[in-house]
Structure formats: structure tokens, C-alpha cells
Design a protein around this ligand. Structure first.
Ligand code: SF4
Length: 339
């Protein structure tokens, strides 16, 4: 008698099991996203977000929003070192697919690029926006609508690029957008050079901090970032505070990060940034699983050609040394782009 093969039955069974698994994991993922509540929502409901926006707005009268502390009266339309007065200027907004993978997901990080900048690095890749202030005047309502439009397009977060000098405007807009249904996490994408009193006001508003740690040596910060000698010291304090507020950035089941500190370090030619010291400081002062993106894409731009030591890209060896150092010092949550 011929024995019937059980193979087709087994193939169908495996297929059904795979489908069930996929549908189940999709459910878990969407549950994670639906259950997420951004930090600012609570402060919006209590009216605290608007109060903080007003407090920040008052600071424009003798501006001390960033560590330059120029003291200009931006409310009388005086411009500070950053080039900003009271008018919000935005360069562009769109889904961005070049950010860190846990922010980009499938539908992009919802970036909003703010014009002008308080740090002003000579090698800035966005120099037309940061130094020349290219962009268009926008109202709080316009900014809120941009946030909502990015949410509608499926972006996974609102990524505020160089937000510091427009923090009052952002708070007002966030309050309006939250009332109209914004539920995405807010990413504070900053150079890391943040005043402690501003950090206090950001507490409970920001979900993800995405700061740079650019220089270890104050002399380098002074030379390449328009006299910002205080950069290393202030940035260290800011990173500690960011970690206290949001903790370690870990991906959820859907692979996206909703909360936490994600540090970026751009490896510079000729060790101008002080890569090893920076990595050592992170390893000794923050949790070992702190997210650290070791960036290899330094490209000389704008005024960088006036400084021979930074007028080239980095070498493979320079990048690999940075990665080796991070691994040797025990950092476990590394974003290694490769060279
Ligand atoms: S935000 Fe601009 S105006 Fe205000 S302190 Fe900084 S550089 Fe000066």
C-alpha cells in the first residue's frame, strides 16, 4: 500500500504559523505605538507647557537662551549673535531618512530645520541656514501645522533641528499642536551646548535628546565654533541632565526609539574633537549602554578650508580608532556607521 506524504500538510502548517507570528508581532508593534504618550502632553493638559512658553518668551527681553547670553532685546527686534530676533524663521520641514535608524523607521523622522544658530561652527554643513539665516518667517500656528502635517505623513517623531534660540516659539507651537492631536515624541536635536536653566524648562517636554558632543578641548571649541570656549564644560553638564531626564535610549518592539538620550560624536581630522577623551568621559559618567553614534561623515565645508588641519575628510584609521576606543571602554550601545 502506498503511504501518503505528509509534506504538503507540514508546509501549510509552517506557513500558517509564520503568518500568525507576523500578525501577532504587528499587533504588538501597533500597541506600542498607540500606547505611547509623549512627555509634553501632560504639561499641555495642566497648562504648564504654555506657562513655560511664556517664561521662555520673557527671556527674549535680555536674551540668555543659549550660553552666549548676549543680553540683546529680541522683543525689540534686536538680533543676537545667533542672528535671530523675535521672528521665528524656518528653513524647511520634511520626513528625513538620513537620521539614526531608530528615529527614521519606515516613514522617516519629521525634521524641522530652524534658521540661524548660536554656536556657528566654521565647518557647518548647513551653513546657509545656520550662518546666513536662510529661511522664511513663520508664526506659532504655522509651526504647529508643520508638526501636524509631519504626523499625518506617518513620520515617527518631530525632530527639531537647532531649536535652542527658538525654544519659546517651539513651546507655544507644541501647545497648539498638542491641542489639535499631536502625539509624536519630540526630538531635541541640539549641538549640546545648553544652559542649565533652559534644561530645567525642557524637563517633561522633550522625549528624546539628540545632542552632539563635539569638542573636548575649550581651545578647539573657541577656534572652530566662534569663540565658544565654554562648550566642553557646559555640554558635559547638559548631557548629565539630559540623561537624568530621559535615561538610556532603547528601541521599543517596533525598533523605534521613543524616549532617551542619543549622543552624536563627529570624528574630526587630526583629532581636533578629542574623540578618545570624549568617549572616555561618556563611559565613566553615563551608563555603559548610553546610545552613542560615532559619525564618520565629516566633510570640510564653508570656512573649514581656512584651517588646513580640518580641510580634509577623516581617514579609515581615524574612524576605526574611535570605534575601538568605544568598545575597549565598555560602551555597548554603539551606532557604528562604518567608514
Ligand atoms: S539665543 Fe541668540 S540672542 Fe539669545 S543668547 Fe544665544 S546667541 Fe544670543
Amino acid at each position: 500500500m502506498k503511504v501518503r506524504s505528509r509534506r504538503p500538510f507540514l508546509v501549510i502548517l509552517v506557513f500558517v504559523l509564520i503568518l500568525a507570528f507576523l500578525s501577532c508581532s504587528r499587533q504588538v508593534t501597533s500597541q506600542r505605538t498607540e500606547n505611547f504618550e509623549p512627555a509634553y502632553l501632560k504639561l499641555h493638559r495642566t497648562g504648564e507647557l504654555k506657562k513655560r512658553a511664556e517664561e521662555l518668551w520673557k527671556m527674549l527681553e535680555s536674551c540668555r537662551l543659549c550660553p552666549r547670553r548676549c543680553g540683546v532685546n529680541r522683543l525689540k527686534n534686536e538680533k543676537g549673535f545667533c542672528g535671530a530676533d523675535s521672528q521665528l524663521i524656518i528653513s524647511s520641514y520634511h520626513p528625513h531618512f538620513g537620521e539614526e535608524r531608530p528615529l527614521v523607521g519606515r516613514k522617516g523622522s519629521g525634521t524641522i530645520f530652524f534658521s540661524n544658530c548660536g554656536l556657528r561652527c566654521v565647518f557647518c554643513i548647513n551653513w546657509e541656514i545656520s550662518w546666513l539665516g536662510r529661511g522664511r518667517p513663520k508664526s506659532f500656528e504655522d509651526l504647529a501645522e508643520m508638526m501636524l502635517a509631519l504626523q499625518k505623513r506617518g513620520c515617527h517623531n518631530i525632530n527639531l533641528v537647532t531649536p535652542t534660540h527658538y525654544s519659546p516659539h517651539i513651546f507655544f507651537a507644541l501647545d497648539i499642536a498638542a491641542a489639535k492631536g499631536l502625539r509624536l515624541p519630540v526630538v531635541y536635536n541640539t549641538c549640546g551646548w545648553e544652559n542649565s536653566e533652559i534644561m530645567e524648562l525642557l524637563d517633561g517636554v522633550v522625549d528624546i535628546y539628540l545632542p552632539d558632543f563635539k569638542y573636548w578641548d575649550p581651545k578647539m571649541a573657541e577656534k572652530y565654533s566662534s569663540g565658544a570656549q565654554s562648550y566642553p564644560e557646559i555640554t558635559k553638564q547638559a548631557l548629565l541632565e539630559m540623561n537624568r531626564q530621559v535615561g538610556v535610549a532603547k528601541p521599543a518592539q517596533d525598533g523605534l526609539i521613543y524616549r532617551g538620550l542619543m549622543i552624536r560624536h563627529l570624528v574630526m581630522p587630526n583629532n581636533v574633537g578629542g574623540t578618545k577623551e570624549i568617549i572616555r568621559w561618556i563611559a565613566e559618567n553615563l551608563p555603559k549602554d548610553t546610545y552613542l553614534n560615532i559619525m564618520s561623515q565629516y566633510t570640510p565645508m564653508y570656512k573649514a578650508f581656512d584651517y588646513p588641519e580640518i580641510s580634509r575628510r577623516i581617514t579609515k584609521k581615524e574612524y576605526e580608532e574611535a570605534v575601538r576606543c568605544a568598545k575597549e571602554l565598555g560602551l555597548t550601545n554603539l551606532d557604528i556607521q562604518g567608514y
